[in-house]
Design a protein around this ligand. Sequence first.
Ligand SMILES: [Zn+2]
Length: 414
Amino acid sequence: MRSKIDLGDVLKYVDGQRDFAIELYRGFIPIKALAPENGGDGEWDRANYLLGVAKRYFDEVRVMEAPDNRVSRGSRPNVIALIKGLDASRTYWVIAHMDTVPEGDRSLWSYDPFKATVVGDTIYGRGVEDDGQGIVMGITVGKVLRELGIRPPINYGLILASDEEVGSKHGIQYIINREPNLITGRDLVVVPDAGNADGTMIEIAEKGILWVRITVYGKQAHASLPELGLNAYRLGSELTLEIDRKLHEVFNYEDPLFIPPRSTFEPTKVEPNVGNVNTIPGRHVFYIDCRILPKYGIDEVLKVIRDTANNYCDKHGCKVDVEVVSREDPVQPTSADSEIIKRLSKAIRIVRGLEPKLLGIGGGTYARYLRARGIPVAVWMTSKETAHAPDEHVFLSDVINDIKTVVASLLTEP
Ligand SMILES: [Zn+2]
């Protein structure tokens, strides 16, 4: 074990990890890890492979199983690996997820989505970014510490969680409910699952998310005799625009921390109605996706939607139901003064020579469940934002820079 660590030497050593990163990608990208909701059998095969790799570099590796009868193994695996630090009372966690979404339309891919194809500095495949980049980064940081014989100032921990793509119930949510003291407010947490192209964006806040389903009931009739019916499609369309206008008018506050700075309200999905052209539909079902600034409560938004719908239908003789499909209440952002943000910011300046920006986003990561418990979290990586798209890819130089940045933020004082 070394007593004095020279950061420059360590970062140089990270430069030599390119081949390891490629080998690791080629090992796990071909092993599918899909949630049952996406037609898969869970993450166990991929977890077993990664477990084997992690055991080579970490002091302790274990699996926390979240019961799930829908998959053949009866549970979803969450890998927890630890390298003991000089101060073993605190941990610097990297939390990545093993599951991916399906490849989508195969004909849109230029390369086999399950092969991890390297072309110059680019590696292609489903899950290489989301969240393979976090997996490779998290494991390689452990490898570098182990091979250089570095005992970090505090523990270095890696969590490879399941079930992120469909809600984290069997992943991070299960972990923090099962072991509420595993990750505490004194720990430092990086979630490498969102970022920007030059690695300068640190996400410290997320909007609340509300999905509502609105059903308008009219009366079905022959299209040639509209006076005998009540066209739910027409009423529903008018109501869509009315709610849309109202939400944008009431919730118009702008917070420059967020991209975009306003709450967003988008009518999205419409359910199929009648099967033929000459019938007036008696029922129209549509959905609205709402991303709400922490300044507002989800109940306030719901009230405006319900009041607008009820007023409209009172006036037009229809009936209406408003149901919540999904809600994630906004949580307190991570403070810009928290230690993880300061450490990571300093490391970005050292490794990238760029000034980091702290931002909020409308998307949801599992940082929200940790922040809800008062744990400061930096959501960060370098990302070209190709997640879920055909030809998902990452630049290997970005992967290497991200490993350097995490190593630097772990080893240097803020
Ligand atoms: Zn992800």
